[in-house]
Design a protein around this ligand. Structure first.
Ligand SMILES: Nc1nc2c(ncn2[C@@H]2O[C@H](COP(=O)(O)OP(=O)(O)O)[C@@H](O)[C@H]2O)c(=O)[nH]1
Ligand SMILES: [Mg+2]
Length: 315
């Protein structure tokens, strides 16, 4: 894998440079803002091969209009979000949470937070990520894979049951390729059986699932089979930007999958702190992680970090 940092004025300029130097298979791993510039880290399986004629003038050849750029950007939609970063929320631990939550929180809330901390996550061999449509499952899997592979030094693979949606697993597959993580698409029972021996070689296999599982009875059956194997950990993603009534419906449906704990997603989309407490009091599970943006792998933090910070606040 070849990685490089680019400091640029705009995402368009970034794309030109990335394509120029790393080739068309490059993906963006992280975007951050430093003063008025964008700092982009991109990676590619190999450095670009300039011997190939079609690469000689790639920008003019492939990117003539704004639309071309849009197409390229939407391909990597799940890794980047092209809206201005809310830096205040990004630094939630030191500023945002501390300032806002400490004013709001009472001792009951503190007790609630404390009772919801899950500390032993990502421990089992088979990790299945479940949740409603667009709750952030696939994006979160990219982050969890990075934590397991790079922070915990585990040997991991990714498998996906999500092949119904158009390009259901394309972006995840591409991410896995560049991160050098083996990827197993599962379409039927035969696939599970044929992969069984290969799965022996890994510490963890993370399974991605479709959000409309309820309507896909066959897939639901296979997911259920994996979710009830020995050594399985079943994570439910709940998106903090969804209505309370929708979250309740999702909780009702996914209860049958033997849920181990929850990951709350889209913390950066919360408009009031109160919503977090309402969601927490509605869910009958502990919470391991919270995600707060699209940068892989940085926009995820352990739920206990909120609690630890609040512990230091005098009520
Ligand atoms: N603001 C925000 N958006 C997110 C986050 N995680 C995922 N998303 C976005 O939510 C949408 C659905 O994400 P995806 O991972 O495809 O969800 P899935 O359908 O459950 O697999 C996409 O537009 C993602 O970019 C997050 O932590 N914050
Ligand atoms: Mg998905």
């Amino acid at each position: 894998m070849y990685m490089k940092k680019f400091i640029v004025e705009s995402i368009q300029e970034g794309w030109k440079k990335i394509n120029d130097e790393l080739g068309e298979n490059a993906i963006i791993i992280n975007i951050s803002q430093s003063e008025d510039k964008l700092e982009i880290i991109a990676a590619s399986p190999n450095k670009k091969d300039f011997s190939d004629d079609k690469f000689k003038n790639p920008i003019e050849a492939n990117f003539k209009t704004e639309k071309d750029f849009e197409g390229l950007e939407s391909l990597l939609n799940f890794l980047i979000k092209l809206k201005p970063l809310d830096l205040k929320k990004k630094e939630f631990i030191s500023d945002y949470i501390y300032a806002n939550f400490s004013n709001y929180i009472n001792s009951n809330d503190k007790e609630l937070l404390n009772s919801k901390v899950e500390e032993n996550s990502l421990a089992k061999k088979f990790i299945t990520v479940l949740g409603g449509i667009a709750t952030g499952k696939t994006t979160t899997i990219a982050k969890l894979a990075s934590i397991l592979k790079f922070s915990r030094n585990k040997k991991i693979a990714i498998a996906s049951f999500d092949f119904f949606k158009i390009s259901g697993f394309d972006s995840l597959k591409k991410f896995a390729e560049i991160m050098q993580i083996p990827f197993f698409p599962i379409k039927n029972e035969k696939d599970i059986i044929s992969y069984k021996d290969s799965f022996e070689d890994y510490d963890h296999i993370i399974f991605d699932t479709p959000g409309n599982l309820k309507e896909l009875k066959d897939i639901e059956k296979f997911v259920n089979y994996v979710a009830y194997t020995n050594n399985s950990e079943n994570i439910l993603t709940i998106s903090l930007d969804k209505k309370e009534s929708i979250i309740k419906k999702e909780l009702e449906y996914f209860a049958k999958f033997n849920i181990s704990h929850v990951i709350l997603t889209k913390f950066d989309e919360l408009s009031t702190e109160e919503e977090l407490f309402i969601t927490l009091s509605n869910i009958p599970y502990k919470v391991s992680y919270i995600t707060n943006g699209l940068n892989v792998p940085t926009d995820i933090f352990e739920f206990k970090e909120i609690f630890e910070k609040l512990e230091a606040v005098k009520l």
